[in-house]
Structures are given as C-alpha cells and as structure tokens.
Design a protein around this ligand. Sequence first.
Ligand SMILES: Cc1ncc(COP(=O)(O)O)c(C=O)c1O
Length: 385
Amino acid sequence: MNYPLYFDHNATTPCDPKVLEAMVPWFTTHFGNASSSSHPYGWMAEEAVESARESVAHLIGAKAKEVIFTSGATEAINLALKGLLSQADPIKNEIITLQTEHRAVLDTCKALDQTGVKVTYLPVEKNGLLKLDQLEAAIGPQTLIVAIMYANNETGVIQPISSIARLAKEKGVFFLSDGVQAAGKIPVSVHDSGIDLMPLSAHKMYGPKGVGVLFVNQKTIGSKLHPQIVGGGQERGLRSGTLNVPGIVGFGQAAVLAAQSMSEESKRLKSLRDKFEIALLELPGVSRNGTDAHRLPHVTNLAFEGVQGTDFLKHLNAKIAVSSGSACSSISEKPSHVLKVMGLHDALALASVRFAMGRFTEDDHVDQALAHVKAVLKKLRDSGN
Ligand SMILES: Cc1ncc(COP(=O)(O)O)c(C=O)c1O
C-alpha cells in the first residue's frame, strides 16, 4: 500500500524513534512493577517513573509532584472535572466552558450535566477567540471551574490563557486548561500563567498512545480532588492501577525531546505552514478559519468554497492524510462543531480541512501536498462538484 503523506499531526503523532528506543528496555529486561518496593526490579521502575515525571513537569513549568500519570488526556479531564466537583461545596456546582472544546471536555461536562451540575457553554468569536467580558459576566457565585483549552485541536487558535487565569483568580474559581495541543509545541508555563489543572497527552507530542498526565497545582488544588479510579493507591491515591512504566518513560523522553527542539522546530514548521497556507490563500474561494495572530505554528484550517466536503476530503486523502475536524468526529461526516460556532455554514464547515505538519514533515512534502490540493480543487470545481 502506498501511504499518503501525513498532515494530520493534531490527531496523533508518530512515536519518535528516540522515544521508542528509551521505552524498549522497560518492556523486557527492566519489566518491574514501580510499586514493588522490596527488590531492584521495582526500585528501577520507580526511579524511571520519577525521572519521567521530572521531565514532563519541566516541560510545563510544574513541580514533579504536581504531575499525575493517567491513561491519556481524556482520563485526566474526567479526573479533574469529576474529581473536583464531587468534593466541592454543593453550592458551587457550575462549570463554564467553551462550545469549541474537544469532546473529551464537552462529553465529560454533558455527563456531569446529567447528574445536576450546571454547565454553561460560551461561544467564541468568528476568529475562534473567546470574549473575555462574556466570560467575566458568566462567572457567578455558583461557578466552581472554568474549563478553557489552551489551543484548539482543529484551528490551532490559542486562547488568552493568562487573562483567563487572572479573571478566574479574581473571581475565586478554578481554571482547567486542556493543554494537549499546546504542550511541546509552544512554551507553556502552568505557574507563570496561573493554571490550576492541565491535562496532557503523550501521543500528541511524539510519545506513545495510552499515556497522559493531569497537572494538579499543589497550592491551589492540593487535596481537593477526589479519585475516580481507586485500588492500589498509586499516584498519591489519585489514580490507582499499576503504572504503565514503558509508556511513562516514553512520555518523559518525548517531553525532553520537545523541550530541546521546540524553539527551532516551531520556527521551521511555521515557515513550512506559512508557505503552504499563503499559496492556497491566493486561490479564489479559499479562506483561513481562525485568527492569524494567536495560533499554533504547525497548523492551518482552510475553507474551500465550491466543493462538496466529503468528496473533497476523499480525493485529498488519496495522497495526503488530513481530516476536516477532530479524529473523534472525522468518521461522522458531520460538520465540525468548532467551525459552526465560528459562524461557518454546514457546507463550508464540511469543505474545511485541517492541515497539521510535524517533526518529520519536509519542504518537499509541502510541495507535493500543495500540488495535490490544487489539482483536486481544480478537478472538482471544473466538474461542478
Ligand atoms: C484538545 C484535546 N483534548 C483532549 C484529547 C484527548 O486526548 P487522549 O487521546 O489522550 O485521550 C485530544 C485528542 O484528540 C485533544 O486534541
């Protein structure tokens, strides 16, 4: 099979060979259980986990003890929102979030909503950014948490995180920011920004799938979280279950590599992305979804007028792996909820494509992708499709 060029790095990234190399011994010779405290197999595994914890903490400006390992960001989000609400004062039972969040947040909120929690879903402007005064007006005495993502997985739009955190602090509410797409791509400092809780995922930063983290601000959250998975008491009792040592080691190595290469890599990717985007925006009926000023360097989301979305995507995918929205909804053929909130009508949302480049994308790949997009667009527009 001839695999298409991969331009879908917001859905997942390949495991970096250096990450895989670091993981292998922890499956074979160093297979110990990190909780086995009576022999060297366990001690070594525990040491490796603690070293990975340091590395992930370093990447986001946190302390090692503020990092809780989970099976992924979805679990971390569930732990954060459900865990905080189940121990809070019953009067404080409102979450404020954005309509453009990832489904991991939206569906957790929906589940909580069904248990009597009030959830307020704020819209965003056409450019994908939230309106701070709208958020300020929405926060009331009932509000416990504001859950607003750092950077959007579909458009790459980065929200004004420090201003949101300041507002949350002033109003005495907790601030959870989904950092899955931002961490490892742009500098993130949870303490400098004033974030209380941040879920992360290894597979979005060249680490393995099935490993995530919840950053828990020690000062502001402390012991206010109630565990959602109980058992052996691992991860300070917040997330029981035998630790995925190879996965955690991989996450640690991925964090080290991301920290080392971030400044160079983000410049390189921005230049590839800009070249790609500028060439397509020159064509009639092509526009960008989301602000230019505040977004991730490696992603562009473009709307193509005059083509039928599913057909366009099918033709594109013959040579380049892309999607029209998040991986979770790409099978549904429904227009992206994010783009709809940003004011796109259904047909244009369906004819919008997210192109996300990554560590192994080269200049030549961009040229090939450009030629393919242009050819498909011409063919479909000429045939009146
Ligand atoms: C913004 C965002 N949040 C959460 C998730 C869920 O992460 P995980 O796959 O680790 O559960 C994703 C992954 O698609 C994401 O893009």
